[in-house]
Design a protein around this ligand. Structure first.
Ligand SMILES: [Ca+2]
Ligand SMILES: [Ca+2]
Length: 464
């Protein structure tokens, strides 16, 4: 099972390559972590929002108007709503979805979609109730948002403050973005009942941030920072740190404030520059934050999908979250256009493939949702006593695990548990750096628990 030669050969491969490592036998690695990719569901059409919902189900929208709930263990899918008046054309259709954060008490589901009003394309935000098997009781919260066959946004996301955030596109009219009285080209913030929070920049307006073009990705990091992806014009796709009342520059500024005209506008309007900008553009879409030890190379990274560039990116954030220190590409060309990404609480990652959106070349089985997970795992829940400052290396381990824990200055004990919870090995843990012989362990995923007089730390690791 354990193969030293195999291990050293993939370390060499890692030094020689960037991003995804694929060896001749087809094994994929993310950093040192061997991974499996599996199609969760196929034969769907332009999945737009994919999120991890209550009771361990994945919820996703299809742009044509369907809302689905799929069991990630079996792939069994249930259409729980077909929105009758969705107008799907170009980039328009059923887009973002968010679930109320206290779903058990308040089973509300928020959807944003395009519809037509005479000759005009519009967009609306609607709230539904989940009755245990279907969505019902549509209540429109915001109507007649400017729409178009392109640049409609729109992601929905609840924040740690219990407010609903919604990105809107400029709807093809660039002057919307700097027009503070238009809700197009903005980031909006609402109470769950659709009213305007009193602590918005203007208590009479949904607008939270302005100067946006077409943002189709939103995520909160654990420290409360809100990040957004943003489609640039022919240059300057962006990732932004989205803050209250800030102006993100569009259409006067693309990317950084680095042209003479942009400089003046940026100074006069206190423009918030992006954390990162890409030229040529990738067509950046859904983003999520990876905060799990199952794939250590991704921990503390934003994961971002791209449509045109047909790859996923990991964006490593600095400690304070105010900058991106490293980027890497994953799965370039493997599946085609990628629309959205969802990190499950157990460290698995789900990616929505979008080749049937009118701009792609569908492949057999498209469209799909693909699951990415650390090999030999069915997913691994983060233990309660998980500590980021405990490092096991190399990971996966072959014959000896080194454990670093700067806070462990005295004596402790360690225990190694299998995935089923049975104790496999134990011994003294004398920090801050000690070794564990792992030759007694079969290949697989384990939990290392370290106890001291007053602290417990648990981290997952893998033996190969
Ligand atoms: Ca910008
Ligand atoms: Ca610029």
């Amino acid at each position: 099972m354990k193969n030293k030669y195999l291990f050293s050969s993939f370390i060499v491969a890692l030094f020689l390559s960037f991003g995804c490592t694929q060896k001749s036998e087809g094994q994929l690695y993310i950093g040192n972590t061997a991974i499996d990719t599996v199609t969760l569901i196929s034969g769907i059409e332009t999945p737009w929002e994919v999120l991890w919902g209550p009771y361990g189900f994945i919820w996703f929208t299809e742009r044509a108007g369907r809302v689905n709930r799929v069991n990630p263990s079996t792939g069994e899918n249930q259409v729980i709503l077909t929105v009758a008046d969705v107008f799907e054309y170009g980039e328009a259709g059923l887009l973002g979805m968010a679930l109320h954060p206290d779903f058990e008490e308040t089973p509300w589901v928020y959807l944003v979609y395009n519809y037509t009003d005479g000759p005009n394309i519009r967009e609306r935000l609607v709230r539904y109730s989940w009755n245990g098997s279907l969505l019902e009781n549509a209540t429109t919260l915001i109507d007649a948002i400017p729409g178009n066959s392109y640049h409609n946004g729109s992601r929905l996301l609840f924040g740690p403050d219990g407010k609903l955030y919604m990105s809107t596109g400029d709807a093809g009219n660039t002057s919307n973005s700097q027009n503070i009285s238009s809700i197009a080209g903005k980031l909006l913030r609402l109470n769950p009942d659709g009213s305007i929070p009193f602590d918005n920049p203007d208590p009479n307006s949904y607008v939270w941030s302005s100067g946006l073009r077409n943002s189709q990705g939103l995520v909160f990091a654990p420290n409360g920072n809100l990040y957004g992806s943003e489609h640039g014009p022919s240059s300057d796709d962006e990732v932004n740190l989205l803050e209250k009342g800030r102006n993100y520059g569009w259409p006067d500024v693309a990317g950084f404030c680095d042209l003479p005209g942009e400089n003046i506008f940026c100074q006069e309007n206190n423009v918030h520059e992006p954390l990162f900008a890409w030229t040529p553009t990738l067509a950046v879409s859904g983003i999520d934050y990876y905060d799990h030890a199952a794939i250590p190379a991704w921990q503390g990274n934003l994961l971002m999908t791209s449509l045109k560039a047909s790859k996923m990116l990991s964006l490593k954030l600095s400690e304070d979250g105010l900058s991106i220190t490293e980027t890497a590409d994953w799965f370039a060309g493997t599946w085609g256009r990628l629309r959205d990404v969802c990190v499950a609480p157990d460290g698995r990652v789900f990616v929505a493939v979008s080749n049937r959106d009118g701009r792609g070349t569908p492949r057999p089985g498209d469209d799909r949702i693909v699951e990415i997970k650390a090999k030999n795992t069915t997913g691994f829940n983060q233990p309660d006593s998980y500590r980021k400052d405990v490092h096991v290396y190399p990971n996966p381990v072959t014959t000896e695990a080194r454990v670093e824990w700067a806070a462990l200055t005295g004596k402790g004990e360690y225990f190694i548990y299998s995935q089923s919870g049975s104790l496999q090995a134990w011994g003294e843990a004398n920090g801050p750096d000690f070794g564990i012989n792992t030759t007694v362990l079969n290949a697989g995923f384990y939990l290392l628990k370290i106890t001291t007089e007053d602290e417990t730390a648990t981290v997952p690791f893998m033996v190969m």
